[in-house]
Design a protein around this ligand. Structure first.
Ligand code: PLP
Length: 454
């Protein structure tokens, strides 16, 4: 099994077990030397010299030594997972199935994070996996576009209200950036108003490295604040190209806010974009717009669209989407057919069953189980918030949150720090009972530790 060999190779050299910077750096430079002298993979065939304590490798330290931020996905860094880089809990996994992940030590956890909402059916869902394997066997890329790309684009039009045309890309950030590029091309304007998180790309980011000239074209407004949106639109005036909205942030928006966004975009000749990365194929297959009846000009889907395979879809009204022809949006692997086939299998699932109704019911049961655990423990300062299919635990004290997450992990459940825990079809009744037991044990132990310290 290739993974096993890779894993054992890793075991040949142990990373430092501490967070000490110097030992991590030392380890990093030693790794460079070792990489050059790396023996053939064949050397590991039947190699029984791999130490038995392979699982004791500190993957967090190894990752920090080679990946500048410790994890290529920001929310998977130790400090993001637990709120503290030195927290005790898994940061890496070796296999995932259903709603369970196995860490390198062989310990299994129920996952409530579900790949940050990218997986709504379950890890390795058989139909999706089968579709992906068929696509691989067919040859999933070539110098031509695969027919599956056209087929999926046609099918998305049946599910998403604003979708008359579709452009595929790989990541959510890429998708929303493309929507903004299309909106700017369509309107021939430059200023964008946004509310939400749209990924790491320059146009909406406040991070270091983004030029001031780029920042000056983006105005961020708070969620569900009509006055702020109106003021930003007034300021942008005839330069307003787009209003880009993440429609659900921890709660549903008011009709007034969404109505104002629609109305302002129309009256100012700007493009209304919904970022449906988390709401698409979760609230409804067609996202928030299908639920609310408010139709944007463009929308972007990703995450649950392909149940964890990398795919984003920019969709929208024909006249706006056609502006894509006058600019340049392209990615070598945008239409590779594994993710496209996976998304088709996801659509099959939604067409066969009301997946979104199930996710809401499962999420409601998850929330109820954790609420029961909170009440039974008699703990204050923590509440269950969000909406059923994507909910969160809010701790008033971040240190208590970190300790709770550590304790919950020690009882076999990975909760998300902050937003969101995602319901998946794989969270069955038994799992939910286990979630309640783990939350309960973690909260009781948290209180005992606090009382012991008092
Ligand atoms: C609403 C929203 N938009 C865009 C993105 C960026 O997507 P990606 O991380 O796939 O680039 C995210 C990711 O969490 C998101 O939640």
């Amino acid at each position: 099994m290739p993974f096993r060999r890779f894993f054992e190779r890793g075991a040949k050299r142990e990373a430092p077990a501490t967070d000490d910077e110097s030992s991590v750096e030392e380890f990093a430079s030693e790794q460079d030397v070792e990489a050059e002298a790396e023996p053939d993979e064949a050397d590991y065939e039947g190699d029984d010299s791999a130490p038995e304590d392979a699982h004791e490798i500190d993957w967090t330290a190894r990752a920090r030594a080679v990946l500048p931020t410790g994890a290529s996905t920001g929310s998977k860094r130790a400090e993001a997972l637990y709120g503290d880089a030195s927290a005790v809990g898994p940061t890496h996994y070796v296999s995932a199935s259903g709603c369970r992940v196995v860490d390198p030590r062989g310990d299994t956890y129920i996952d409530c994070i579900m790949a940050l909402g990218a997986v709504a059916l379950g890890y390795g869902e058989p139909q999706v996996q089968q579709a992906a394997m068929v696509a691989i066997a067919e040859g999933h890329v070539s110098g031509l576009s695969h027919v599956r790309e056209v087929d999926l684009a046609e099918r998305l039009r049946d599910h998403i209200p604003c979708a008359e045309m579709v452009q595929f890309l790989k990541s959510g950030a890429e998708g929303v950036s493309a929507a903004v590029r299309i909106a700017r091309t369509y309107t021939n304007r430059d200023v964008v108003i946004g509310s939400g998180y749209f990924g790491w790309h320059d146009w909406s980011s406040d991070a270091a490295g983004v030029p001031d000239a780029v920042r000056s074209l983006f105005r961020s407004v708070p969620f569900d604040d009509v006055a702020a949106l109106e003021e930003a639109a007034r300021d942008a005036g005839p330069r307003l190209a787009a209003i880009v909205i993440e429609p659900v942030v921890e709660r549903m928006p008011s009709d007034a806010w969404i109505g104002a966004a629609r109305e302002l975009a129309t009256s100012l000749g700007a493009v209304l974009v919904f970022d449906e990365m988390k709401t698409g194929f979760r609230l409804r297959p067609g996202g928030y717009q299908a639920l609310s009846g408010v139709t944007p000009d463009l929308a972007v889907f990703g995450k649950a669209l392909a149940n964890g395979f990398p795919l984003a879809a920019v969709v929208g009204h024909r006249d706006v989407m056609e502006a894509a022809r006058r600019t340049w949006i392209s990615s070598t692997l945008a239409g590779e057919s594994v993710a496209v086939a996976a998304a088709s299998a996801v659509l099959d699932a939604h067409e066969a069953t009301d997946i979104c109704a199930n996710l809401a019911a499962i999420g409601q049961a998850m929330r109820a189980s954790v609420t029961t655990a909170i009440e039974a423990a008699g703990i204050t300062g923590v509440t269950v918030e969000g909406i059923d299919p994507m909910w969160l635990l809010r701790f008033e004290d971040p240190h208590r949150e970190t300790r709770f997450l550590e304790l919950a992990a020690s009882h076999g459940v990975l909760f998300k720090r902050g937003a969101y825990n995602y319901a998946a079809m794989a969270h069955d009744e038994e799992t939910i009972t286990e979630i309640e037991a783990a939350a309960s044990a973690a909260l009781v132990e948290l209180l005992e530790e606090e009382n012991g310290r008092a």
